[in-house]
Every structure is written in C-alpha cells, then in structure tokens.
Design a protein around this ligand. Structure first.
Ligand code: ADP
Ligand code: MG
Length: 684
C-alpha cells in the first residue's frame, strides 16, 4: 500500500490534510468533489449579470495600491467588451508583483466571481483568479471543487488527487456483471469520472449527484457501513455472554402481582428477549414502543430473568426524574419478591453513594440510576443484563461503558435498549443494522386517545378556563413552558415568569414548578407531590419530556408549540392519556406562523402514531437528529442519502453478507478503502 508521502505530501501538508481526514492515498481517492465549477465558458465583461458567478478573461491595464477608504489592491482589467475594476482588501505584496508582471508580459487573468456595478463602472471584489498564457485554451470539462481547509488550495488538492488516482489500487472488488445488472459503474470508472469528468459527461447529473458514477460511490459507502456493522456484530458475538437461564419463579410472581395482564405485544417482545438471554451470545436488542406502550414492565421482567439466573441487572435512565420513577416503581414491584434494589445517582450524599456502590458491588440484584452508574468508582458484582432507557439520549461511549463494567468480573452483559423515538425504516436498515428490534405496536387497553387542539395564543383565557374545569373534575394538568434553545438562562427565567403568571391567573389552585436548574432532590420532591395529587397544575420545562407517568393528569398545555420539534411534541403529548380519563393536549401557538411551523403543527395534529410522525420528521430534518456520529459510532454517510438512496441500502445489506461469506479478503479491502484509519472508531 503506497503511503501518502508517495504523492508528494510534505510533513507540513500532511498535518493540514489530516484535518480533512486525508491520511492515506485511498482517502484522497474517495475525497470526492463537493460540486463542480463550469470553467468551460467565458463571459464578456459587458454581458455579466449582477448576482451570477461568471468566468471572465481579461488583460491587466493598471495595478495600484490605494489607501482610500482603506488600504487595498486595485487593478484595472479589460476584455474586448469593456473594462472592470478588481479590488482586494486583503492581499500579499507578491500578488501586486504578480499582477504587474502579467501586465508587462501580456499574460491574461482568468477571473471567477460576480461582477457588480460600482460607482466607477463594473467591479469585482476578491475574485478568484488564475494567470494563463494569452492563447491558453479553456478546459473542456467541469472543474471539481473539493472540501478544503486553510492552507490546502483547490489546485494542490487537484494535483494530489490526480497523482493518487494514478498510484492507488482501484481494482474492482465486486462482481462486474453484478454491477452492470444493477446499473453501477466499476469503482475505477466512477472515481475517475467524478474527479475529472470528460466533456461528454452529463453535467447536470454530476452536479445533482444523480449520475451513475455517483450511484456507485454511494453504494460503496453504504456497503462499507454495512460491512463494519456486520463485523462489529460478529466480534461482539464471538466474546460470548452469560446464559441467563432462570427457573421463571420471580417472573411468575411478578406477573401474578401486577394489576393488569400483559398486552400481546408485550408478551411477544418478552418472548424474544427471553430467547436471547438464554443464549451464550450477548443480546443487543432495541425495545421500541410508542410513549405509554408499557416498556418498563417488559424491562422489569427481563431483569427478573437475569436475577433468577443468579446475575444482576442494571437499568440506566437519562434523567434523575425518570430514574427515580423507575426506582420507585421497580422497588414497589420487586422488593416484596425478595429482590434487592439499589439506587445510584449523582445527587446522592457521599455516604449514601458509597453505600449504594457497595451494594452494587455485592448483594444488590437490580441497580437503578443515572449516569452515576458508569462512574469510575462503580463496580458490579456480576452484571448479566444492562438495560438503557431512552437509549438515544446517551452517547455510544456511555452505553459501552456500562457493558465494560459488566465485562470486568464476568462475560459482557446482554444489552436491552429502550426508546419511544421510533427509528424509521431506512435508519433501522443503515445506522442501526446491527441491532435486533422488538416492537410494542399496541397500547394497553382502556386508554382513550389524546385529543389534540391547536389554539392561537390569543385565546389563552379559554385555555385557563379549561384548566379550571379539568381540576374541578378531579384531574391534573401540565403546562409546558416555551422552549428557548438559544439561552438556558432565558429558558429558566421564562419558567419562573410563567409560574408566577399562572399562579395569579389560577388563584386558588396549587401550581407547582419543575425545571432543569432545580437540585435533583427538589425536582424529585415536586414530582412526588404531583404524583400524589398535591399539586394541581405542574408548570414544567422539557425536563418532563421523557418517561414521566402520572395517570391522573389529563390535560397538557404546550406554550409556543411552534418552537418544539415534532418528536418532542409527541413525547410531551404522551405524558397525558395514561389513565382512563379523556385527555386533551392543547398546542398554543403564536401568530403569525411560518410555513414550516404550520406544516409541523399540522403533522402533530393529524397523527397520533409515533412512527408516522418520526417518518415525517426525518423528511423535514434529515437523520442528524436521530443519529449524530457521536451517538451511533457508525460512520456517517457523506455521499448517500438515506431516503433517496433507500434502494441502495437494501442492495448493500445483501452484498455485505455475501462478501463476508464468500470473499472476506475483498470485504476487508473495501473497508480499508472507504473507512481506513477510521475503522478503529467503529469497534463499538
Ligand atoms: P413507556 O413505554 O412509555 O415507558 P410505561 O412503561 O411507563 O410506558 O407504561 C405506561 C403506563 O402503562 C404505566 O402506568 C404502566 O404501569 C401501564 N401499563 C403497562 N403495561 C400495561 C398493560 N399491559 N395493561 C395496562 N397498563 C399497563
Ligand atoms: Mg418509559
């Protein structure tokens, strides 16, 4: 494998290229143009239209450095149609000399940029330019423009990449007739064409990235992603896991004590989990179910299976409020059955924390808590199952850490992740391809669906009356404060103000407040009061977004709903409709609404199904919201688009399996070509 030095990279340049992720010759080969510039045509100065980028070829008439209004390099240039003034506010002395030399020896300037009408006639400010011989011909094909960085010019990238193409191994790793059948270029054809399109290439398709050469590149990229996921999956399985083969005793007791039977969906998911846990390979399963579908009890029963087998289970939640709810509920369910439950969060006093840690390291059966569970000082005696609620709220490193904790004293634990944010199909097939998924596609019976009302802020008084009505009928209400993303301080102030105003407007009712800045025990105390019915109206920031479960709350008001994301609104709305009472979610909005805000509110108004909402959300906002690279640990796609290229994902999935089975060495070469130095990151 030739080193990057082989194409003439000095150590200084090497460091700069590193910032672009260009460390090897292969990296240069797949560093593809961001866009193309059309330098095949010239525009006459007199024909340049303001606001349109053009290429002009002109001779230099005069060069001077002027000082008014500030120091600048000014050049007069002309072509057959007229004259123009060039202005450079930042310039080097060498630039002045260069332009003067061109004036003397008659070389021409190729200028790229916009021409505008200045006080003294046509003007170009900071145009890009190149000096060419007077009779130099124009390029016949599009010029690639690459992602670049300070100190690495387009020109040097072009040269490096051309050399890399000449020296690199571009051999085909896929079956050629298979490629043909699926309308895919060979790899060599594709990268050569994209880096240096021939004049005959369809320039529109190149710009729009719909050209078959792009298609091949996108396919390859998705294939690399699939291969790395498959390999990570296999590596994980190779390590083994404890066999959690309990006698079912604790599970039966818990089922007997629950005030409700499981839904068919819960039973199905539990069956899938139970099957995984008795195998000597680590489970990596996502339990996906809309808000209120009853994931907690499934987690509890899975934990029982681990406990029956003599192992510990851990449940980690992203917020203190949520973790505490889990702790209280699980303790109520399980302690009567002789299960020892430990509680581990950051807000515990030092002595209590030490006691909890001691408990986790010794006799505790189930450990519930927040990020504090993965701190350095925490050890588990024999962790067999790690459960992570609202998994998308954690970074991949945090999820891994919990697994590592388990590996210390035993085999890696099984993992159950839970989420109410449904993963759209294309994402499930790509970024999450190494997960097994169980779906709770059914809500427990007896729920009345939440009715959603869109109400203009101008009718706030009616909403206040509605709250009074709900409280008079014995229910409780949430009031969610407007989201202020730019400033946490402002967010807090808004919550305090809202609480003050509502306390006045709802005089006689008990109005509580929770927000992110409260201490954990203050938050917990307020939540407990609300759950106990001692608070009528809970004013809250989005801290209540996840998991909060107070069945008697039947009314939710969300102020400035237009500022929230769709999945956030869906999660918030899911806090009501948890009991038998008719529930309402009022989305207050402020006029005038922007086009997108209107579209978003319409989606949330018309849909109750979290999947459908997530699908439309993905369309509106792209996958970033669901999986940052930090979160997933899976290489982010640079060229392929999940929705538009869904067919390629499907194709790549099959090909990944085939390659790993039939030609593992070619699979390795493909991974090296596409991910190279980044592969280490993916061991997650
Ligand atoms: P989520 O999936 O959003 O985490 P929870 O686990 O908090 O949902 O469950 C929501 C509510 O439904 C809880 O009060 C829970 O006790 C209740 N629940 C769970 N399963 C059932 C069931 N099969 N029948 C009736 N109620 C259930
Ligand atoms: Mg939950």
């Amino acid at each position: 494998m030739p080193e990057i030095e082989g194409v003439g990279v000095t150590p200084a340049l090497r460091a700069k290229l590193g910032r672009l992720g260009l460390e090897r010759i292969d990296d240069l080969v797949v560093h593809l143009p961001l866009r193309y510039e059309d330098e095949t045509r010239l525009t006459a100065i007199s024909h340049a239209v303001t606001g349109m980028p053009v290429q002009i070829e002109a001779s230099v008439l005069d060069v001077s450095v002027q000082f008014r209004p500030r120091r600048q390099l000014v050049a007069k240039v002309a072509d057959d149609s007229g004259e123009a003034t060039l202005r450079f506010l930042n310039f080097y002395g060498s630039q002045t000399k260069q332009l003067e030399a061109a004036r003397e020896d008659g070389r021409k300037l190729r200028l790229f940029g916009e021409v505008r009408q200045g006080f003294w006639g046509p003007e170009m400010v900071h145009p890009r330019y190149r000096l060419v011989a007077a009779d130099a011909s124009l390029p016949e094909s599009l010029t690639p423009v690459y992602p670049a960085t300070a100190g690495v010019s387009q020109n040097s990238l072009r040269k490096l990449i051309a050399k890399a193409l000449g020296q690199s191994d571009l051999s085909e790793l896929l079956d050629k007739s298979w490629c043909q059948r699926h309308g895919l270029f060979t790899f060599a054809e594709a990268v050569r064409l994209l880096h240096a399109p021939p004049p005959s290439a369809n320039s529109q398709a190149l710009q729009a990235r719909t050209h078959p050469a792009w298609r091949r590149v996108k396919f390859d990229e998705v294939l690399a992603q699939q291969l790395s996921l498959r390999k990570a999956y296999q590596a994980r399985r190779a390590k083994g896991a404890p066999v959690l083969n309990g006698d079912g005793g604790v599970r039966r007791q818990l089922l007997g004590a629950l005030p409700f039977p499981l839904t068919a969906a819960q039973q199905r998911a539990l069956g899938e989990i139970a099957d995984d846990l008795v195998r000597p390979v680590p489970m990596q399963r996502l339990l996906q179910g809309d808000v209120g579908s009853g994931k907690t009890v499934v987690a509890a029963l899975a934990a029982c299976q681990a406990i029956e087998a003599g192992f510990q289970a851990a449940l980690m939640a992203p917020t203190e409020i949520l973790a505490e709810q889990h702790y209280l509920k699980l303790r109520a369910w399980l302690e009567p059955l002789g299960v020892e439950v430990a509680w581990l969060t950051g807000s515990l006093k030092k002595a209590d924390k030490q006691a909890s840690q001691q408990h986790a390291a010794t006799t505790a059966h189930l450990i519930v808590g927040t990020h504090a569970m993965i701190q350095e000082s925490v050890d588990y005696a024999r962790l067999g199952l790690a459960i992570i609620d609202e998994q998308h709220r954690f970074g991949v490193a945090q999820r891994l850490e919990l697994r590592r904790k388990g590996e210390k004293n035993a085999l890696p634990p099984h993992q159950l992740m839970m989420s109410a944010t449904p993963i759209p199909r294309t994402l499930a097939m790509s970024y999450y391809a190494d997960l097994d998924v169980s779906v709770l596609d059914e809500l427990p019976p007896g729920r009345t669906p939440v009715r959603t009302r869109l109400v203009s802020d101008a009718r706030r008084d009616e909403v206040i009356e509605r709250i009074r009505g709900a409280i008079a009928a014995g229910r409780q209400a949430y009031w969610v404060c407007p989201l202020i993303e730019e400033s946490e301080k402002l967010q807090l102030q808004t919550a305090l103000d809202t609480h003050a105003v509502l306390s006045r407007e709802l005089a006689g009712l008990r109005v509580g407040l929770v927000h992110g800045r409260l201490k954990a025990d203050e938050k917990a105390a307020t939540m407990a009061e609300f759950a106990a019915g001692n608070i009528d109206v809970l004013v809250a920031t989005t801290v209540i977004e996840v998991g909060v479960d107070v069945p008697n709350a039947s009314l939710m008001v969300i102020e400035h709903a237009e500022r929230f994301g769709l999945s956030q609104l869906h999660q918030l709305r899911g806090r009501v409709g948890r009991g038998q009472h008719e529930s309402v979610c009022v989305l207050l909005y402020q006029q005038p609404l922007s086009e997108t805000a209107r579209a978003r509110l319409k989606i949330i108004y018309e849909n109750t199904d979290g999947f459908e909402i997530a699908r439309q959300d993905l369309q509106l906002r792209g996958p970033g919201e669901f999986v940052g690279s930090r979160q997933s640990g899976v290489p982010v796609l640079r060229y392929a688009d999940l929705e538009a290229d869904a067919d390629l994902i499907e194709l790549a999935r099959e090909m990944a399996d085939t390659l790993l089975r039939e030609a593992p060495e070619r699979a390795e070469r493909h991974l090296a070509r596409w991910l190279g130095s980044r592969q280490e990151l993916l061991k997650a």
